[in-house]
Ligand binder design. Structure first.
Ligand code: NAD
Ligand code: MG
Length: 385
């Protein structure tokens, strides 16, 4: 395998730091070419010193000077102007762009990377939620791979190696159920952010951890799966599997089901995307069936976890509705994390904003940009007198 040059967008986050661990384990296979972060200057500096990328971006301008001073005795090019994140992904020297930043901010860099014919290792599911059709069409036109990093989608992708996509009957996404599995609406009224930030099986960034607690994460993943694998809406099921060992499944037309299993560790899907189509040796802990004598499965509770049913509604409606859902959710999560709305209030906000926004059946890129801005504005004002 030829050495691959990698750009990590969001290198200081949960996925970004795990991606660097994977690269550190395989210095003969991967090289860090670009690192980007929003505001964690200290960690970005440390990573830059350790991995010697050619370029880095810090999008928070207030942190730029600090980074420049700390790295002044290196040859690393440092950028912090507004367009640098979206522009840097076009660099000739990169092969793979790992999108490990959060939310809508991932869309433009991903589109630009695809324009420049790069392979995408996609962690940023919001990109496909917002504009899945646009992104997949561009990838197809330019013959680019979009390799999933989300564990469920990586599982499905691994199950589909060597298979004919026309012979898929359905995809079954597993969900851990989050920290509030089994709870009913009245139990969730006084949930605090500290409770919601404690995920039973995965350690992740704040936004996705809240999304996992509210099951919005699974809703976003259903939409992500639709576009990644070209499924019809009724070809995607969700099953709750609290142990997070079966990472997802594919059922074929002959009734056969394939699943991918393993201990919950994001380094595996990251490594699979980087190494694809090769599987690379590693020393990750191995799964032992005897430690898990019971793997269990149950239906998701759509009445209690309204965010998941709102996501199904957005999926069914199509057009710019998933983009609206995503932007409203980003603001709702932010408000919840700043104690401005309650846990259940997030669903109220999203539902209200989905009703208020103008629906567009066949949105262009500019429609998505406008939809995102407008949805954020209405969501910010939600609840104000
Ligand atoms: P995180 O909050 O831990 O890290 C986010 C990274 O992106 C940081 O480096 C931050 O500086 C940067 N960033 C955030 N917002 C930005 C912006 N607006 N502009 C520029 N940079 C920005 O997040 P995470 O948990 O690593 O998740 C990253 C993405 O991967 C999300 O889309 C998430 O849904 C997806 N994902 C994460 C996991 C996981 O285990 N953490 C699993 C599956 C999918
Ligand atoms: Mg996932």
């Amino acid at each position: 395998m030829q050495k691959k040059n990698i750009a990590i967008l969001g290198s200081t986050g949960s996925i970004g730091t795990q991606a660097l661990e994977v690269i550190r384990q395989h210095p003969d296979k991967f090289k860090v070419e670009i690192l980007t972060a929003r505001s964690n200057a200290d960690l970005l500096i440390e990573q830059a010193k350790l991995f010697s990328p050619t370029m880095i971006v810090i999008t928070d301008k207030n942190q730029a000077e600090k980074v420049k001073i700390a790295l002044s005795n290196t040859n690393i090019k440092i950028y912090s102007d507004e367009n640098s994140l979206a522009e840097i992904v076009k660099s000739d020297t990169i092969d793979i762009v790992l999108t490990a930043l959060v939310g809508y901010a991932g869309l433009l860099p991903t589109l630009n990377a695809l324009e420049a014919k790069k392979t995408i290792a996609l962690a940023n599911k919001e990109t496909l939620v917002v504009a899945g059709e646009l992104v997949m069409n561009l990838a197809k036109k330019n013959n680019c791979h979009i390799l999933p990093v989300d564990s469920e989608h990586s599982a499905i992708f691994q199950c589909l190696v060597g298979e004919n996509y026309q012979q898929i009957e359905k995809i079954i996404l597993t969900a851990s159920g989050g920290p509030f599995r089994g709870k009913k609406t009245q139990d969730l009224i006084h949930i605090t952010k500290t409770q919601a930030l404690k995920h039973p099986n995965w350690s992740m960034g704040a936004k996705i951890t809240i999304d996992s607690a509210s099951l919005m994460n699974k809703g976003l993943e259903v939409i992500e799966a639709k576009w990644l694998f070209g499924m019809a809406n009724d070809q995607i099921d969700v099953v709750v599997h609290p142990q997070s060992i079966v990472h997802s499944l594919v059922q074929f037309k002959d009734s056969s089901i394939k699943a991918q299993l393993g201990l919950p560790d994001m380094k595996l899907p990251i490594q699979y995307a980087f190494g694809f189509p090769d599987r690379l040796e590693n020393n990750f802990e191995r799964f032992n069936f005897l430690n898990y004598p019971q793997l269990t499965f149950e239906s998701p509770d759509l009445t209690t976890f309204r965010n998941l049913s709102l996501a199904f509604e957005a999926l069914k409606k199509g057009g710019n509705m998933p983009c609206i859902l995503n932007a409203a959710n980003e603001i709702a999560v932010d408000k919840f994390l700043h104690d401005k709305i309650s846990f259940l209030g997030m669903s109220d906000l999203i539902e209200n904003v989905m009703q208020k926004m103008t629906f567009i059946q066949n949105p262009t890129y500019n429609d998505y940009v406008k939809t995102d801005i407008e949805t954020r504005k209405i969501s910010e004002n939600y609840g104000n007198k």
